[in-house]
Design a protein around this ligand. Structure first.
Ligand SMILES: [Zn+2]
Ligand SMILES: [Zn+2]
Ligand SMILES: [Zn+2]
Length: 304
């Protein structure tokens, strides 16, 4: 079982899972464990000749047993594809898969937070190139979310309003808008830490992915596709990113936490990466050399 160690200085949990050293590292396409099983070949993680969307438990999990769960979500059986290359209907099916897994995982004992995310691209250390995301069911509420919960609570106490609803209202001028839909908005937040960071949020308040209306779930599929297509067109190559879904912790009674998705691409240009260094890692203070208004304009103008 993995070991949780408490850092009393940062007041955060650190997880130690030594077996992850042995995880599959850049296999050849023919040995991809996320491709469907080919006739006459050894079984992959998915013992089927084809699939639409597949979910299974990570063989090299960070959390196991009564500490939580780690799942892999294969977006498509096609090895050389991506989330953004899927049809809106396919992404809409994925939203439903996310909703199902969220509901199931939050019900497991000792699970305090269900985190849906994707790591994409070798630039951020991805070891399997097959299009896939992950879901971690943590035995604690992770610190970035805990801090957002606290900020939302304080803001609500002070103003009576949802913090993120106010952030969205502040974006109504459109200067930092990347793409929009009736039910969703995508923008580079004024306070972005990464040059091409993008947030996606439902315009109407919802706390987690299962609280989305049909129209909001449809809007999410459409807006995800347009943002991802813009990302890949930006430097005319697949853009690396981390996608992080921030949802209200399922045990929280606060109704004012607003569901949103954050994307952090490491690139600051086609061939230059923003590296986290002294100020960011040592002091926790991000410094960037791009204005959100300029990068948002660049993204907004792609394909429109
Ligand atoms: Zn594959
Ligand atoms: Zn809200
Ligand atoms: Zn957030």
């Amino acid at each position: 079982m993995s070991e949780l160690r408490w850092d009393p200085l940062q007041r955060e949990w650190v997880t130690v899972a030594p077996w992850r050293q042995d995880r599959t590292y850049h296999p050849l396409k023919a040995d991809c464990p996320l491709c469907p099983t080919r006739a006459g070949e050894p079984e992959t993680e998915i013992p089927e000749p084809d699939y639409h969307i597949a979910v299974f438990e990570n063989r090299f999990p960070s959390y196991t047993g009564d500490q939580g769960r780690c799942e892999v979500v294969c977006y498509t059986s096609e090895h050389d594809s991506s989330l953004g290359a899927q049809s809106v209907e396919h992404i809409r099916d994925l939203v439903e898969v996310w909703q199902d897994r969220y509901t199931e995982l939050k019900g497991l004992p000792n699970v305090r937070y269900v985190f849906i995310f994707e790591n994409r691209g070798e630039e951020i250390g991805v070891t399997l190139s097959h299009p896939h995301g992950q879901i971690y069911a943590y035995p604690f509420v992770p610190p970035r979310v805990a801090r957002e919960v606290e900020s939302s609570r304080v803001h609500h106490q002070e103003t009576g309003r949802c913090l993120y609803c106010d952030v969205l209202a502040g974006e109504s001028g459109g200067e930092r808008t990347v793409a929009s839909h009736d039910t969703w908005l995508a923008f580079v937040p004024k306070f972005a830490r990464w040059p091409y960071e993008v947030h996606l949020a439902p315009r109407e308040h919802a706390g987690d992915i299962t609280e989305l209306s049909e129209a909001q779930a449809d809007g999410l599929a459409q807006l995800l596709k347009s943002v991802l297509q813009k990302y890949d067109a930006l430097f005319a190559k697949p853009l690396a990113y981390v996608m992080a879904m921030h949802q209200r912790p399922h045990e929280s009674s606060d109704r004012d936490f607003h569901f949103h998705i954050e994307f952090y691409p490491p690139n600051r240009s086609a061939d230059k990466l923003k590296m986290l260094a002294g100020s960011e890692l040592g002091a926790g203070a991000f410094i960037l050399d791009a204005r959100a208004e300029d990068t948002a304009k660049q993204l907004r103008e792609i394909g429109s």
